[in-house]
Design a binder for this molecule. Structure first.
Ligand SMILES: NC(=O)c1ccc[n+]([C@@H]2O[C@H](COP(=O)([O-])OP(=O)(O)OC[C@H]3O[C@@H](n4cnc5c(N)ncnc54)[C@H](O)[C@@H]3O)[C@@H](O)[C@H]2O)c1
Length: 316
């Protein structure tokens, strides 16, 4: 098969590219290197089955060429994470919404199956954990910019579903929960690589809020296995599917666990959300996926644990 991976120089995209190349597929990576980097694909850069296109998913001509020459599309390119959205509000919304519009339009033109990575952020402030894919979402006000990421990604989902409904384009929407592993950068506020970096340096680990908010962390190798499985599952077409771990850990406990596992002498400090993100920042207490759908469709469940993830996080 010939796969196009948008965002293939990013954290998850580069692992996906490695996996597909190892299975003897051809892979074209399209990335503008905004948060991704060539170093992420170092291990595969000499593979004759890899082609790298540097450019944006908002470039219609480039996307047109890339999509026309592939069999299936993994659309991962996106501004990622709340911190980036807060720091660069206009361009991040544009990348998420315009980029997905362009990629879907070309996938539909050439009738190429497409998998879109969305995010658990779309559940917003909903407290009905575990989150089920057809459960209600609860986004905050448009004056609080943090919700722009959730809403922009939700709009991507609507558009993908609209193509499925109106043209039968095979699309799969996958809502990823916190994903962790080698090559994840600590630059955009991702908590595990941040804490691991600070712990290894013997620096203070700064916990936002009271640290009782919890998250579920899933190893990137489990996520990639899920993405490939769902792309190959016709029963997943036209569906929204969660992929994530179900084991919760409070952020303060995560910090202590990382200090212990890395043998660090670091201490922890609690800092207000406002001091990090500015006035009026809202966070959610818990974010737990229901993974029944992924289990029923492809027999998926995470295999790696938090110890593996902490070990595997490298310098970002
Ligand atoms: N990592 C997580 O925990 C997580 C959680 C939920 C959802 N996701 C989703 O998974 C996908 C991949 O995220 P990631 O963690 O690998 O982040 P990442 O930032 O490492 O990867 C995103 C890639 O997209 C590229 N990109 C951004 N804008 C682009 C543009 N306009 N044109 C071309 N390329 C562009 C970046 O350079 C980067 O390589 C994203 O869609 C994200 O929303 C990730």
């Amino acid at each position: 098969m010939r796969y196009l991976i948008t965002g293939g120089c990013g954290f998850i995209g580069s692992h996906l590219a490695e996996t597909l190349l190892a299975a003897d597929h051809h892979v074209t990576v399209l990335d503008d290197l905004s948060t991704g980097k060539i170093a992420n694909i170092r291990s595969i850069e000499n593979d004759p089955n890899l082609r790298v296109l540097i450019g944006s998913v908002t470039d219609e001509q480039l996307v047109h060429e890339a999509v026309s020459q592939c069999d299936e599309v993994f659309h991962l390119a996106s501004a990622v994470g709340v911190k980036l959205i807060m720091d660069r509000p206009v361009e991040t919304i544009d990348t998420i919404v315009t980029g997905t519009q362009v990629v879907l339009k070309q996938a539909n033109r050439y009738r190429k199956p497409l998998l879109l990575t969305s995010t658990s952020e779309v559940y917003g402030k909903s407290s009905s954990v575990p989150f089920e894919e057809d459960g209600d979402r609860l986004a905050g006000p448009t004056t609080k910019h943090r919700w722009a990421y959730a809403c922009a990604k939700a709009l991507d989902e609507f558009l993908a579903m609209a193509y499925w409904k109106s043209t039968n384009l095979p699309v799969v929407v996958v809502r990823l929960f916190n994903t962790v592993g080698a090559r994840q950068t600590d630059q955009y506020g991702m908590v595990v690589p941040n804490f691991v970096k600070q712990a290894r340096a013997g620096a203070v680990l700064r916990i936002h809020g009271d640290g009782r908010q919890s998250r579920c962390f899933c190893h990137v190798s489990d996520v990639v296995r899920g993405l490939v499985g769902l792309m190959n599952c016709s029963g997943a077409y036209g569906q929204v599917i969660n992929l994530g771990a179900t084991e919760e850990i409070a952020i303060a406990d995560l910090a202590r666990r990382i200090i212990e596992q890395t043998g660090s002498s670091s201490t922890v400090e609690f800092v207000s959300y406002e001091s990090v993100y500015g006035e009026g920042f809202e966070d959610m207490q818990r974010r737990v996926p229901s993974i029944e759908k992924a289990r029923a469709l492809i027999g998926w469940q995470p295999e790696k644990n938090l110890t593996d993830m902490i070990n595997d996080v490298g310098p970002g």
